[in-house]
Design a protein around this ligand. Sequence first.
Ligand code: PLP
Length: 375
Amino acid sequence: MSEIENLLREDLRGRSPYGAPQLDVPVQLNTNENAHPIPEDVAAVVAEFIGRELRGLNRYPDRDAVALRTDLAAYLGHGLTADHVWAANGSNEILQQLLQAFGGPGRTVLGFMPSYSMHPLLARGTGTAFADAGREAGYTLSPAFAAAAIERHDPDLVFLVSPNNPTGTALGADVIEAAYEAARGLVVIDEAYTEFARDPASTALGRLAGRPRLVVTRTMSKAFAFAGARVGYLAADPELVEKLLLVRLPYHLSSITQAAARGALACAPRLQAEVDQLKHQRDRIVKNLRAKGLPVADSDANFVLVGGLRDAAAVWRAVLDRGVLIRDVGLPGRLRITAGTEEETTALLDAFDAVLEARPALFDSATEPQQEQQP
Ligand SMILES: Cc1ncc(COP(=O)(O)O)c(C=O)c1O
């Protein structure tokens, strides 16, 4: 063991950091980014908002980000105000702050894997134990399964992801209700992809009133095509938001970030139109791969999980050899594909066609078109 490794916290020794491959490939459909660049007219608005801040950069930003939180609350609706909303550098930082304040050494967060791979890493970084309840057949989650797992583990926090990553499907309201009833601690619904849901009413925002332990986390990385800007946020009871101030770094969200986010929020309907196009490409992938005989889960996100792969790693490599990078999330027989632009999606489907034709042995059985599948 090196001297540095020896000095490292024991629970971090020998661990690997988060690391989705960042390869220089023509078509990148592996990290669930928004495939559309910021449109010119939106970029002009964002630039104007940022420009107004530049001369004031000698001062620290508003550490409570009140103007941004006011705009986020207006975007969310459901009667929410700035007091219900908190913002940070990506929803990863939001989740980390929740764990810092409500988790930590001696405490447990319960997750239902396969789900967002950062949840266990954020737990580890904050010294919070991560318990994995797993899922039912086909990666589904029923109210009874969720409630029983919560009763068994008695966690301080529960992380639910809706729509789930990597399966893509939104949770029913009954699962969220059952989890909340069973839990004594926080129930956090990670809604990073909710703007892509087939049913816009599937958000848990409408359930916040009267449920002080319920938290909904969101991000501008996906629907707002703002992954590079790093803006995530949550909606919850104002008292819970106040408690998060105990763990945030002072001035954690730069003036430029706050201004850029406000500029993008001012263009929300314009950006939602881009989301609608990506939803169309997502549905195109689902339909097309099913027609090829591959099982694909229904998706409420900007990605799909395809199954029926005898050798997922070899399919991943063969598709990459055709210039398209998708994601091997480590699930046997499955790969995750982010919806791209129309051209990127065509390239992906062409690559799959070519691999199916050249190497049919990599697939389970690609003869019969598949029926709808629910993960
Ligand atoms: C389910 C889920 N939550 C949160 C995030 C983090 O998003 P960000 O930190 O960019 O807001 C992601 C990113 O891929 C995600 O898939």
